[in-house]
Design a protein around this ligand. Sequence first.
Ligand code: MD3
Ligand code: FE
Length: 204
Amino acid sequence: MLELAPGLIYHPDFFDRIEQAALIEDLRAVVRAAPLFTPRMPRTGKPFSVRMTNCGTLGWVSDTTGGYRYQATHPETGAQWPEIPDLALRAWRETGAYHHPPEACLVNYYAPEARMGLHQDRDEQDLAAPVVSISLGASCLFRWGGETRGGSTKSLRLHSGDIVVIGGASRLCFHGVDRILPGGSALVDGGGRINLTLRRVSAA
Ligand code: MD3
Ligand code: FE
């Protein structure tokens, strides 16, 4: 493991290929129970290029009527979110170094053309808890900067099986995904990428 910045810990190849494939199988069941949806920007209604779903007791959603928020049910089916897969909970335990379990596991699905603009993750009440990010499938070019928009940034290629823990002094850093890279892991169909972020939402 490698500390990229204070509180930003990179675990390359945390999951081996067998574990990656097993986690992707678990996610197929998650998506059957909680289909991918297209979030929209609160003010403009502009759709995200990333499609999403969640598992856990809470899930992150965004639309024009309610804005960014966590809620216990799927925005389209109204059903509760499925459980977080054990492999993902293991990653939280072994890397997260936080005494409360995660409540939300946001599942981002990137088709090859999808991207995510620079943003901060600040919809959680408990900002002392880290966010644990798991990458699967195609590699991506990831970018992060400081706590203000417009400062200098660094980038890093994230590969299938890698984990990044975002906590401490890096918890409110701006970050985003510039692009999905061709020719990496084919574990996700069609050159896609999946990112899981495990999050503690409620103040403990
Ligand atoms: C913050 N997801 O869902 S992983 C998100 O790959 C999100 O899908 C991205 O940002 C994705 O909110 C990024 C989480 C991550 C990784 C490294 C960071 C967040 C970071 C470094 C600094 C600050
Ligand atoms: Fe984020």
